[in-house]
Design a protein around this ligand. Sequence first.
Ligand SMILES: [Zn+2]
Ligand SMILES: [Zn+2]
Length: 221
Amino acid sequence: MEKEMKKCTVCGENKPLDDYYMQKKTSKKKGTFYVPKAECKECSKKQTLKWQYDNYDYWKTIVAKRDATPEKKMKTREAARLQRERGDQKKWRKNNPDKTREYSFYKQMNGTHNISNEEWVACKEYFNNSCAYCGLSEEKHKNKFNQRLHKEHVDHEGSNDLNNCVPACRSCNGSKWIFDLEEWYNEENKNFTKERLIKIYKWINEDYKKYIKVEENSLHK
Ligand SMILES: [Zn+2]
Ligand SMILES: [Zn+2]
């Protein structure tokens, strides 16, 4: 059976219905029903980010209010529990270095990012060779963690391409994890400023295009 496709009104791509958020509608005749949104999930998320950027001060007041709701508090507690579990994972990795190495090799082989070396270098340069979230430089990161900056998916469920990738330090990479940018961004992330948010926004929407390389041979270095 063929999957039902729908053309996104923003990017113009034909995508399966799973790639669209559903929207609740009510009419007198039909009662409550759901229809897919006009724009795909990816475009939808980008629009949200753009809106947050354009309405920054207003958005911050909404976030502050929402963070105070019981549901949000539950969510925060659940996130803390998951992070504790991750702490256990860390111990496990420490005690099982061989298996851990095997796993990261497997992950590398499967390519969690479709980004060439050249593109990654350009991406890091765009962010001044620093963490896009907190600004920690790669130099300092190397001294602190003995490793380079990580490739970070801005949208955890988004693409593996340059338009969803920024450099991140180990601690931001770990603390942001599966959270959406706006969800993660709150008063506790003191180093994550509006300027940085704007820069990330510009990168994933526009500026990455200047650095993307399409030649086949540059993809497999
Ligand atoms: Zn789209
Ligand atoms: Zn950072």
